[in-house]
Write a protein of this length. Structure first.
Length: 160
């Protein structure tokens, strides 16, 4: 019981830290922040997900971006919420299409159909491709989360 409470305290602390970073630092990094909506699949969990996030550059023309996001996944055996504080680097900066690699901390809250619920901390590793210009910019991303219950997610969405 004590271990479970300690994990929840760590998760709440990390979530608060991610929100604080997004609220305090983002206006200093850029004058623009893009919203995004996403949908995806988690093949290991037989789950589909929906979510959203924001994208903001870290420094002018640096190629680095901060992309905090949240995904809600619904599966046959379990549902989960993944909150991520991802950073990525555009390998093809100043092009019509960006290709990126990155990572960041994650909080995974799992609700099992049979068994106990769990909150876990993890680390994301990701890669993606997306349009860099236009009012609505599609993107696709592959994300692996290393944690007690590691998972892979394939997502696509639009930024605006």
């Amino acid at each position: 019981m004590r271990k479970h409470m300690l994990r929840r305290t760590k998760a709440a602390t990390l979530a608060s830290l991610l929100v604080a970073i997004a609220l305090v630092a983002s206006p200093r990094w850029t004058s623009a922040m893009d919203a995004e909506v996403r949908a995806g699949l988690s093949p290991d969990d037989d789950a589909v997900s929906i979510g959203g996030g924001v994208l903001t550059d870290v420094g002018e023309n640096s190629g680095w971006y901060f992309n905090p996001n949240i995904e809600l996944a619904f599966g046959d055996r379990r549902d989960f919420v993944a909150m991520s504080g991802d950073f990525h680097y555009d390998l093809r900066n100043h092009q019509r299409t960006a290709v990126w690699v990155g990572g960041g901390p994650a909080i995974l809250m799992t609700n099992r159909q049979f068994g106990r619920d769990d909150t876990d901390l993890g680390l994301n590793v990701l890669t993606g491709i997306g349009a860099t210009s236009g009012e609505v910019r599609p993107f696709a991303q592959l994300k692996g989360t290393m944690s007690d219950e590691s998972r892979i997610a394939i997502a696509g969405g639009v930024r605006f």
